[in-house]
Design a binder for this molecule. Structure first.
Ligand SMILES: Cc1cc2nc3c(=O)[nH]c(=O)nc-3n(C[C@H](O)[C@H](O)[C@H](O)COP(=O)(O)OP(=O)(O)OC[C@H]3O[C@@H](n4cnc5c(N)ncnc54)[C@H](O)[C@@H]3O)c2cc1C
Length: 453
């Protein structure tokens, strides 16, 4: 029997691609979906932070399309960076025309300096591991050239001191709740686009949004929130058991123990739990794994959702906030994706705040701080229009990339795979994964499990 721990998108995808096999999925929450869940409250739908589906792989796009059916909207990104009182179209580095002269000059000058002979770092590339594991996503590559730099040094070398000071450093310090000199740059290759000099110059003189980046177009359910995607997976499966928390794993005897005291014997285990929790509850691993897991760093996120009486007065999908005086790094406007996210006559805002795990969960005062910050930056004109506030907590949100992660993961993955335990998903593979990536890992893990190692 193949046991899958967690009914988030990676676990559901693995189970879905294992239909016809002897599979059991155990999920601790009352419903499947993990991070891709949504809650419904009096006509409002709140996601666990906005989850927009942008696919690159045609096979996964077709699968999601089939699962979501006709009831979906296809949208062109309307995203911005708020710098002072100006709204700059995203991506910042190609659209600074509306900023004050001194900021534009600082940014363009710094960018040009990165192009001077001898200034650019070697292009970023990766070395494959010396001892590859059988699943591609468990192979931790070693970055070379630009990707081997700290994030701060990479941003300076790639975009220059001006763009780094004005946006990349303050924004990412808020997003990851850490000093960005302490994280590495090996996650950025697909996520942050470097424009050509001509695009920076054009963007500094007149606004041109050239659909840079990984998410210029995306899909979203027309109603019901992002949970419609995991719900559609789960509807086609009869092996998903909710409110079943795994509390211990004996990796030698291949037995999982549940919170209610029952035991499940398995032949292979696919697990999507966060690695720190998985290793803490598992006995029988190589001793090095228990030391290695202590090296992993991450940040938590709280998603502050507000119902608002009346309209928002704009059609933005989301805005990034590098300003350190505002608590949130990003705010999304779900009712600008589809009006079905709120009851008639109301709208909604979702603001995301990142925390170091030892400062999590936030206090109730933070809700008022976030609401007041939305008024201060102009995202909301009057706090009295807020009709409800709902906080959703993500104890694990972004894994932090650094050298310690790179050293720890091979030790952890080798120890787990040696015991037929396959960690997958955003927190099992301890990576920066989109929903599409998580579904893809589920497909690969299912293929591996079918092979019967
Ligand atoms: C702030 C934020 C914004 C994001 N925005 C986007 C976006 O716009 N677009 C996009 O494509 N992706 C986005 N993502 C990424 C996306 O959420 C993930 O890639 C994906 O949902 C991860 O799925 P998963 O199954 O790997 O993990 P999870 O969703 O975390 O699922 C793991 C499951 O395991 C369960 N579990 C854990 N421990 C146990 C246990 N002991 N027993 C039983 N069950 C257990 C959990 O309850 C959970 O259901 C975002 C992520 C974050 C943090």
């Amino acid at each position: 029997m193949i046991l899958i721990i967690g009914a988030g998108l990676s676990g559901l995808s693995a189970a879905w691609h294992l239909r016809g096999h002897d599979v059991l999925v155990l999920e601790k929450e009352r419903e499947p979906g993990g991070l891709a869940r949504s809650v419904s409250e009096d006509g409002f739908t709140f996601d666990f932070t906005g989850h927009l589906l942008h696919t690159r792989d045609p096979q996964i796009a077709a699968l999601c399309d089939r699962l979501l059916g006709a009831d979906q909207v296809r949208l062109e990104r309307r995203a911005f960076v708020q710098h002072g009182d100006r709204l700059v179209p995203y991506p910042f580095q190609a659209n600074i025309a509306s900023l004050p002269d001194d900021v534009r000059i600082e940014c363009v000058k710094g960018f040009v300096e990165t192009l001077l002979p001898g200034r650019a770092p070697a292009p970023g590339s990766f070395d494959a591991p010396a001892r590859p594991l059988p699943l591609s996503f468990l192979n931790v590559k070693t970055p070379r050239g630009a990707y081997a730099l700290s994030f701060l040094d990479w941003a300076k070398a790639t975009f220059g001191d001006g763009f780094t000071r004005q946006f990349f450093e303050p924004y990412n310090a808020k997003n990851f709740a850490c000093d960005v000199a302490t994280i590495s740059a090996d996650w950025v290759s697909w996520a942050i686009p470097k424009p050509a000099l001509e695009d920076v110059l054009r963007g500094a003189m007149a606004v041109v949004d050239k659909a840079f980046g990984y998410n210029p177009r995306f899909v979203y359910p027309a109603s019901g929130g992002i949970r419609r995607l995991p719900d559609a997976f789960a509807r086609e499966l009869d092996c998903v058991k909710t409110t079943q928390t795994v509390v211990a794993i004996d990796a030698v005897a291949k037995v999982a123990r549940l919170a209610d005291g029952s035991r499940v014997r398995y032949d292979a285990l696919l697990t999507t739990q966060p690695l720190p929790e998985l290793i803490a509850m598992t006995t029988g691993l190589d001793a090095a794994a228990y030391a290695a897991v202590r090296q992993l760093r991450w940040c938590s996120v709280a998603s502050f959702n507000f119902g608002v009486a009346g309209t928002l007065g704009h059609d933005r999908h989301w805005v990034y906030y590098p300003d350190r005086t505002l608590p949130f790094y990003r705010a999304g406007f779900p009712t600008n994706l589809t009006s079905a996210m709120a009851p008639p006559g109301q709208t909604s805002i979702c603001a995301e705040v990142a925390y170091a795990p030892d400062r999590f969960p936030p206090s109730d005062d933070d809700t008022a701080r976030v609401r007041d910050g939305l008024v201060a930056c102009g995202a909301l004109d009057d706090a009295r229009r807020v009709t409800r506030a709902t906080r959703l907590d993500l104890p694990y949100a972004y894994v932090l990339f650094d050298e310690a992660r790179r050293a720890a993961l091979p030790v952890l993955f080798e120890a787990l795979v040696a015991r037929d335990v396959i960690p997958l998903g955003r927190y099992g593979s301890w990576n920066y994964l989109s929903m599409e990536d998580s579904i893809a890992q589920g497909i690969e893990a299912a293929r591996y499990a079918k092979g019967g190692r």
